[in-house]
Write a protein that binds this ligand. Structure first.
Ligand code: PLP
Length: 388
């Protein structure tokens, strides 16, 4: 197919040319002086991404899942009790991982499309008068359902309960796209990956770790080796890593952070909000609805769209890909084949969203969904014009 393809899945996202060029360079000596200087300048800027003054950044050559595992094995010990929310495929994955690591998880399973209710969380923690819960596992943006949680509200609920549990946040599809405030929200450890808001190829796990979490890490009795934070903390201070770091990705990260800070994080968030609203208006114009139950918790990163009864989601996506060169996210878990996901994150602008919406209309029409061609594109155009 000539022309560019549209990979509008909720990560990996489009890699800006600037970032590609920054990675396209000869290998460097990762134990040399130049690289040490580079790393020392990079790490404080990672902290800045998370909006933290004191947090300690950590970088792992892994996808987001590896970084999540590193947090669990460094913070907690076998048998520790965790309160965790399962609101979709990715939050469920972390619950499962914690269980496999021998942690005792008090799992709250909510219907797909739900957000975590801080008041309900408060009730659970207030009832834990003996403070047996060591950590609360939350997800900032559930990429499977297109729901964003109120992390500030969750921290406030923990404080109201006077509970000392650590707050761990999976913001793999949040930070770099939507507002995330490590310090202001009292997050203890935040985890992300390179392939979403950071506009990089997959393969880099990124964490921000607060002081309380660092102290807990010193006491964890969980066996670990590759993901042990201790040698990273030691060597990072000198600009090095305990093993060969993914140097190309790190050069890409420096560039993508430049891009995010040049645009300004507030503007990045506002852009995501504007584009997401255009998508939501298009979905409404098509007569379809989102999986997100509360409209105010609908994600500015990804929209999970329910398909009408009898429409085959897998066939819809296959047609979009092969006929139009448009990749969309599949419905996952209980909504596999019954919903699809539109990724509207990363390096993206209004015209790219309009093209995506135009392609989706064609694919929906082909799949037998009754809609008026152009209706979604028009609704988004009108929104973008009103915002101009
Ligand atoms: N958490 C969330 C919210 C995600 O969106 C993803 C991946 O999409 C993951 C965790 C897992 O990350 P990775 O696939 O990079 O291991």
């Amino acid at each position: 197919m000539t022309g560019r393809t549209f990979v509008q899945i909720p990560g990996p996202t489009n890699i800006p040319e600037r970032v590609q060029r920054a990675m396209h360079r000869p290998m460097v000596d990762h134990r040399g002086q130049a690289f040490a200087g580079f790393t020392k300048a990079l790490l404080p800027r990672v902290r800045q991404l998370f909006r933290s003054e004191q947090g300690t950044p950590l970088l792992f050559p892994s996808s987001g899942t590896g970084a999540l595992e590193s947090a669990l094995v460094n913070l907690f010990s076998p048998g520790d009790k965790l309160l965790a929310y399962n609101i979709g495929q990715f939050s469920a994955g972390t619950v499962n991982m914690a269980q496999q690591l021998g942690l005792h998880v008090e799992e709250v399973v909510l219907p797909w499309g739900s957000a975590i209710n801080p008041d309900a969380l408060h009730a659970v923690l207030a009832a834990d008068t003996g403070h047996s819960i060591a950590g609360v596992l939350t997800i900032h943006n559930e990429t499977a359902t297109g729901v964003t949680n109120d992390i500030a509200g969750i921290r406030q609920a923990m404080e109201r309960a006077g509970h000392p549990a650590l707050l761990m946040v999976d913001t793999v599809s949040g930070v770099g796209c939507i507002d995330f405030r490590f310090d202001a929200w009292g997050v203890d450890v935040a985890v992300t990956g390179s392939q979403k808001g950071l506009m990089l190829p997959p393969g880099l796990g990124v964490l921000c770790v607060g002081d309380r979490a660092l102290r807990a890490a010193g006491q964890s009795r969980t066996h670990k080796s590759y993901f042990d934070w201790a040698p990273h903390l030691l060597l990072n201070r000198q600009g090095y890593f305990p093993y060969t770091p993914p140097t190309s990705l790190l050069y890409g990260l420096a560039e993508s952070l430049d891009m995010l800070f040049e645009e300004g994080l507030e503007h990045v968030h506002a852009r995501h909000a504007r584009l997401a609203e255009g998508v939501r208006r298009a979905v409404k114009a098509w007569g379809l609805s989102l999986l997100a139950i509360q409209p105010e918790r609908a994600s500015n990163v990804v929209s999970t769209v329910k398909l009408p009864e009898g429409i085959d989601g897998a066939a819809l996506l296959a047609h979009a890909e092969t006929r139009l060169g448009l990749s969309l996210g599949a419905g996952l878990g209980p909504v596999a084949g019954k919903a699809f996901r539109i990724g509207h994150l990363g390096a993206l602008n209004e015209l790219e969203v309009l093209a995506t919406l135009g392609g989706i209309e064609m694919a929906l029409h082909h799949a037998g969904v009754k809609l008026s061609l152009g209706s979604g594109v028009r609704a988004a155009q009108e929104w973008f014009l009103s915002e101009a």
